[in-house]
Design a binder for this molecule. Structure first.
Ligand code: SER
Length: 921
């Protein structure tokens, strides 16, 4: 049997022989793209080449790409494990032509690979081509049809509609007609009874698509003036009930309605060049070649399943039983969880992090309920996965300890609430039998109290033939989020083009000021204010990325002969994919003409030093703590740096000092900072720390501060030599998540400010202490003196209290057979007052005492009543305090029936307090 590793290699070798360059997979976690959380197709990392935003370094490329389809347009989560051929994370084998070959070669090569190299049975293959779409004005793909005719019988070429045969990355972006290759894996008997072509694209588990060849010709864009994404969102919100319905018809109605709306709001614009984008499901291909009926029976998954059997003592039996589904879910989900964490995304409660948490919790619930395993399990499978992929995706093996630790802690956290959550949902389901629906409120409480993601509640409900009121659930969620939502919701208008210039260029590594032109701008409103986003053709402004905040500065519009307009303030700069966007609070009416773009140089310098020192510190941490230290997050701004890294223990004071010392030594050595562009492989060979989770093109920017000390791939701005960093100082070190520590530190001017303010504070303290030689000794003396004085006072006051008590005992009155004592006394604390009241209680029978004191200008009152009087006269000290005394002293208090106290603000009524209590007798 050909192994999966050999199958993957043959794919890459085949396309290499056809002139393709083999590139590594991009990270599965995507940064800097608001439209996509995870890589969901091999082409994502090449989007800019298709759109013509960037020239492709090589016209022919092939790879295997980690993809995740659990959110957004492509979402398969609910199928996973229940069927045998959908996955959360899967490998997509792909070959690309960037403006090079097109349909002829792509079709011929895919046929050659499948039938000559992999030797698939031609009788079992079907292909589909795009039938055209009148509403979009798109013709049938005759060219693909004609190419296929050359190699496959015409009755095996099927026509497909826009849904199946026109591939789009998302609501906007590159797209085009596609041709798919399907395999019929049924037995010969079955094939005789039912014609395979009737089963293509019909969800038959044995007649499956394995390869999609997309012919990219268009870019889908929002049509101007139609409201774009916000209109579509409005439509979705209005029709939310349809999509959340459990009835398939309603969901279909939603899909159709949304597609119509989407078409109405968008248009297709031809791409500058034509491209090929292909994607073959690796796990499915292996299954076909290894002649299995389920992806999970291939060597891609069998080792993980065997390890799960060993740990749980249960057996996988290939059936549809819940136990079998659990094995499949675990074998699938562990890959998604481990590779997303490896690529830099920790589980969390929002965004991409929440997707990972949801997948993890789904897996935990399966092993808990159906494998009867109540301990963390997933993290134990990591060594198997890391070994399996060590030559394909080595990044997991390199971070094995860290990733295991994160997963284990996530599992433990969910296992703590899971059993109570399951009990609660059982109760909820019993109560929901009449309506057959779990209410939105109950679903929300399951999330809020037990951390049950909605898809877990939906899954458990469906296992029990119940639905979930998701409309109600969303309403609850919205209510909870309303305030923060209102604060963050942004309305984005369409771009307004000012100058039709295709590309914008960043020149801010070398200059901080440049002449430029505005390409386009748009208005964004929300959070009670309006902002403008501006794109320039040339800009020195660094856009926030790699942890470094965006530049601020000014834009001055040159209005021809009349000279300068007043400059426009740029408050921030961010990136959307490769588009650099400048933010301004106002813009002038006319943005035509030349502009001078100028970065706030002082601010940039203060940011830059913190970025450079982050590199020195990262290397120092690896020196002092060990090479397991890897960057997990970073923020660099003008005030400080914040650096998150993998490490398991609190850093000791010695370790912190050692890091500071090493960094400061490197600063004093005034090492020249060398920045080079080179091939990523060369950089890694040089020893560069490849920061997983960062997306790099083939050519990377390498920042070197002494080749023997620090080499990092980095797109940020840096100083010329390390001496410019001045001084480095760590301000704090602490934990942020499982196995992740955070350091905050400063250098340059910020370090100088910190040292100055610290010295100033010490100066003030020293002055207060009358400038002693040894400040700490002097403080220690004060502390010792303070302790002994306190003791002394306590002893004196104890004696004083006895005297006062005895005086009070002389001043008693008898009212209605009860001894009454009411007095204003001099004591130093509320405690002393209470103690006095208590002492009187011990000395007197049948009494009521009310004691008041003025302590540092504030009134305090204590009321004591003998238990006998409490019973006989129905008096209650707590009530008296609350109802009668608190209002008089403008304060509050409480206590027991026989002893209660109060404190307040108004000192003028203490006599009235005594009279009041007396009157109650
Ligand atoms: N982009 C296409 C897909 O994801 C082909 O790679 O199916």
């Amino acid at each position: 049997m050909m192994t999966s590793a050999a199958i993957r290699q043959q794919f890459l070798d085949f396309f290499k022989s056809k002139g393709h360059i083999i590139v590594p997979s991009a990270p599965v976690v995507i940064k800097n793209d608001p439209t996509l959380l995870f890589t969901n197709a091999g082409m994502n990392q090449f989007k800019d080449y298709f759109l013509g935003n960037k020239p492709a370094p090589n016209p022919r490329v092939a790879d295997t790409q980690k993809c995740l389809r659990v959110s957004g347009k492509h979402n398969d989560l609910e199928e996973v494990g229940v069927d045998t051929y959908h996955h959360t994370l899967f490998e997509m084998l792909g070959n690309w032509s960037f403006g090079d070959y097109f349909k002829k070669e792509a079709i011929a090569w895919s046929w050659e690979l499948l039938t000559d190299v992999y030797k698939l049975d031609k009788d079992r293959l079907y292909v589909t081509i795009f039938e055209g779409d009148a509403k979009e004005g798109l013709p049938k793909d005759e060219e693909a049809y004609n190419e296929w005719k050359k190699v496959i019988a015409e009755d095996r070429i099927l026509l497909g509609n826009k849904k199946d045969n026109f591939w789009e990355m998302g609501d906007t972006g590159p797209c085009g007609p596609c041709t798919e290759i399907h395999v019929d894996c049924r037995t010969d008997e079955e094939r005789k009874t039912v014609d395979g072509k009737t089963l293509v694209n019909n969800d038959h588990p044995q007649v499956i698509e394995i390869w999609n060849n997309v012919f990219m010709e268009f870019n889908r864009i929002w049509s101007t003036g139609k409201g774009g994404a916000s209109e579509l969102k409005k439509w979705e919100e209005t029709n939310a009930e349809l999509v959340l319905s459990t009835e398939k018809e309603k969901q279909d109605e939603y899909k159709k309605g949304r597609a119509d709306k989407h078409r109405e709001l968008t248009s297709l614009s031809p791409l500058p060049n034509k491209h090929v984008d292909t994607g073959m499901g690796f796990e499915r291909l292996v299954r076909v070649i290894q002649k299995k009926t389920s992806n999970y029976d291939t060597d891609v998954f069998t080792e993980t399943i065997a390890a799960t059997e060993k740990i749980t003592g249960k057996t996988y039996d290939f059936s549809d039983s819940k136990q079998a589904v659990s094995f499949r879910v675990i074998a699938d989900h562990i890959r998604a969880i481990s590779f997303t964490i490896t690529d830099g995304q920790l589980p969390s409660n929002t965004g991409a992090g929440y997707v990972i948490r949801r997948i993890l919790r789904r897996a935990v619930r399966y092993y808990y309920s159906y494998l009867d395993f109540k301990q963390p399990l997933l993290h134990q499978l990591l060594p198997v996965i890391a070994k399996q992929f060590e030559n394909v995706f080595p990044e997991l093996n390199q971070q094995l300890d860290f990733v295991s630790k994160v997963i284990k802690e996530e599992e433990e956290a969910f296992l703590r609430t899971l059993s109570n959550g399951l009990k609660t949902i059982d109760e909820v389901m019993k109560q929901s039998q009449q309506t057959k629906t779990i209410s939105g409120t109950a679903a929300f409480e399951l999330l809020d109290t037990f951390g049950f993601p909605i898809d877990l509640t939906r899954l458990i409900a469906s296992e029990n033939n119940l639905a979930v009121d998701e409309v109600g659930f969303n309403a609850e969620m919205n209510q909870q989020k309303n305030r923060s939502r209102a604060a963050t919701a942004l309305e984005t208008q369409d771009w307004v083009t000012v100058n039709d210039i295709p590309n914008s260029k960043f020149v801010g590594y070398d200059s901080l000021e440049t002449k430029s032109k505005v390409i386009k701008y748009r208005k964004v409103s929300g959070k009670g204010k309006e902002l403008y986003q501006i794109v320039l053709d040339t800009t020195p402004f660094y856009a926030e990325s790699g942890g470094q905040v965006g530049d601020a500065g000014t834009l001055t519009i040159l209005s021809g002969a009349e000279g300068h307009d007043s400059p426009l303030t740029i408050i921030d700069t961010k990136k959307e994919n490769d588009l650099i966007i400048h933010f301004a609070e106002t813009i002038p009416a006319d943005l035509n003409g030349e502009v001078i773009a100028k970065v706030d140089a002082t601010r940039r310098k203060n940011i830059t030093v913190h970025h450079s020192v982050t590199h020195l510190m990262h290397a120092a941490l690896r020196n002092v703590l060990g090479t397991h230290v890897a960057q997990k997050g970073s923020l660099v701004n003008e005030e400080h740096l914040r650096f998150d890294f993998s490490h398991f223990a609190k850093m000791t004071d010695e370790e912190i000092s050692a890091v500071e010392k090493l960094v400061n030594e490197k600063i004093r050595q005034n090492i020249p900072v060398v920045i080079k562009e080179m091939k990523k492989d060369e950089a890694v060979a040089l020893g560069a720390m490849a920061l997983f989770g960062e997306k790099y093109g083939d050519v990377v920017r390498v920042v070197i501060m002494d080749p023997a000390y620090s080499i990092e791939l980095c797109g940020g701005t840096h100083v010329g030599s390390t001496g410019e960093l001045g001084l480095f100082k760590i301000k704090s070190e602490g934990a942020v998540a499982a196995g992740v520590r955070r350091i905050e530190a400063v250098c340059g001017k910020a370090a100088e400010d910190l040292i100055n303010s610290t010295f100033l504070e010490i100066g003030v303290i020293s002055g207060l202490l009358k400038n002693p030689k040894d400040i700490s000794k002097s403080i220690e003396n004060l502390q010792t003196e303070n302790v002994s004085l306190k003791k002394h006072i306590e002893a004196l006051e104890a004696r004083q209290l006895v005297i006062i008590r005895n005086e009070l005992l002389q001043k008693d009155e008898i009212i209605n057979n009860v001894t009454f004592i009411g007095a204003i006394v001099e004591v130093s604390s509320a405690d002393a007052l209470k103690k006095l009241c208590f002492d009187l209680k011990n000395k007197l029978h049948d009494h009521v005492a009310v004691l008041c004191a003025n302590i540092d200008g504030k009134p305090f009152v204590a009321v004591g009543i003998s238990d006998t009087v409490v019973a006989a006269k129905s008096l209650d000290a707590g009530k008296i305090i609350k109802e009668h005394i608190a209002p008089l002293i403008k304060g509050g208090g409480g206590g027991q029936k026989n002893l209660a106290t109060a404190g307040g603000q108004d000192i003028s009524n203490l006599k009235a307090v005594i009279e009041k209590v007396k009157s109650l007798l």
